[in-house]
Design a protein around this ligand. Structure first.
Ligand code: NAD
Length: 398
């Protein structure tokens, strides 16, 4: 029997409970179903579909709008009892099983989304087995590396400040420690490389390839998830390397809009709220912002998890009648996070934090830790322990 034990290295989860992940996917499906159905897209391609925002999008559109989905992700399967693979691997399996039960197509491509081969394989599948066209393309990748398909060169992204170093508090969840960290400014090369990985170039390459292959419907929509944040995190996010990459996505949205003009298509930047994900937990200082923000937002009744946020975005905003856009045409579901009173209270709360109180009821540390644990299948509501062998895990198919 496989033992499931939660293990962390700093703020990185290094173990997974596959059965816990299945329960969490089912919990998210229940959330969407509890809201009823909505008129939405019917044939959706999600690039970065296996966890957090991408997975939440997929669950909302499949179980809320009855969409068939193709998910592209980069995950690892089980090798041994000590190496069970990644959470996203099991998310893909759990999603596919649940969608299949409802008669929905759920095709998973577990391979490098940045490569030309993956784009071609997805296009062939759309043409031959998915009805020929997609009406929504969601881009929700978060990656530390990207190999340029043209040159074969591999780029690594950096999470760094620009110009001046940033000094501030951070949290180590493994040690339950609160400490001061210094974030060095990035070099020009690091800025360029981060844009190459997390900017909009690959999003544009996907849309070019899909358009050229004639697999996009008239009026197709493509979304890309951005983050802007507030003055509380601008020094290390918005004004740092990741902020530059997100600005590049804004520019690429304009290019994609031109590309799709003749089929009345639209590229939509969605500025999403701060949530606990594999990617966000390793952004320096960000966990401290989250434990302050979540406390304030929980008290106001506005705190959301990825499934709550994405379901609201698609159900109420994009395919509903409550969209909020900014002057640049970006969708702004992050208005709850950026509410001025929420930000003022968060600022005041973060200002009070120290090693003694960061993990007490003063903050939402317990909630942040639970949400982080949930990502790898631990502390999941409704989870019931069951025995499973490594061979059974290996036999599961995505
Ligand atoms: P995540 O790490 O949970 O998910 C990333 C997804 O990308 C996974 O499905 C992973 O398998 C996939 N992926 C990574 N590299 C890949 C590759 N080479 N080929 C195929 N798939 C690959 O990340 P997330 O936090 O959900 O982030 C998704 C997007 O949302 C990012 O653009 C992020 O900036 C944005 N966003 C996040 C937050 C936040 O607070 N977490 C807030 C606003 C916007």
């Amino acid at each position: 029997m496989v033992e499931f034990e939660q293990k962390l290295r700093g703020n990185i989860a290094v173990s997974v409970n596959p059965l816990g992940r299945k329960q969490q996917v089912l919990n998210h499906i229940d959330h969407v179903k509890s809201k009823g159905t909505f008129e939405g897209p019917k044939k959706v391609l999600i690039i970065g579909a296996s966890s957090s925002y991408g997975l939440a999008t997929r669950i909302s559109l499949a179980f809320g709008a009855g969409a068939d989905t193709i998910g592209v992700s980069y995950e690892k399967g089980p090798k041994s009892e000590r190496n069970l693979g990644t959470a996203g691997w099991y998310n893909n399996i759990a999603f596919k099983e649940a969608a299949g039960k409802e008669g929905l197509i759920a095709k998973n491509f577990v391979q490098d989304a940045f490569s030309t081969e993956t784009k071609q394989e997805v296009i062939d599948y759309i043409k031959n087995e998915f009805g020929g066209k997609v009406d929504l393309v969601v881009y929700s990748l978060a990656s530390g590396r990207r190999t340029d398909p043209e040159t074969g060169e591999t780029y690594t992204s950096s999470i760094k400040a620009i110009g001046e170093p940033v000094v501030g508090p951070n949290i180590n969840m493994q040690k339950e420690d609160y400490y001061t960290e210094t974030l060095e400014p990035a070099t020009e090369q690091e800025i360029e490389d981060t844009i190459k990985v997390m900017g909009g170039e690959d999003w544009e390459l996907w849309l070019k390839a899909l358009k050229e292959a004639d697999v996009l419907t008239e009026g197709v929509l493509t979304t890309n998830y951005s983050y802007l944040g507030s003055e509380l995190n601008h020094p290390y996010y918005g004004h740092g390397t990741l902020g530059r990459a997100k600005a590049d996505c804004d520019e690429k949205a304009d290019t994609i809009n031109e590309l799709l003009a003749d089929i009345n298509g639209k590229a939509q930047i969605v500025v999403a709220t701060a949530v606990t994900t594999k990617a966000s937990s390793v952004i320096p200082f960000f966990p401290v912002y989250c434990i302050g923000l979540y406390k304030v937002m929980s008290e106001k009744g506005t705190h959301e998890t990825p499934i709550m946020h994405m379901d609201r975005i698609y159900r109420d905003m994009i395919y509903g009648d409550k969209p909020e856009y900014d002057e640049e045409g970006r969708l702004r579901p992050d208005s709850w996070e950026l509410d001025s009173d929420t930000q003022a209270q968060t600022k005041a709360l973060i200002g009070e934090l120290n090693e003694e109180n960061f993990n007490t009821d003063l903050t939402a540390y317990a909630l942040f830790y639970k949400e982080f644990s949930n990502l790898s299948g631990f502390m999941v509501d409704g989870f019931v322990e069951k025995e499973v062998t490594i061979d059974e895990l290996k036999a599961m198919e995505y």
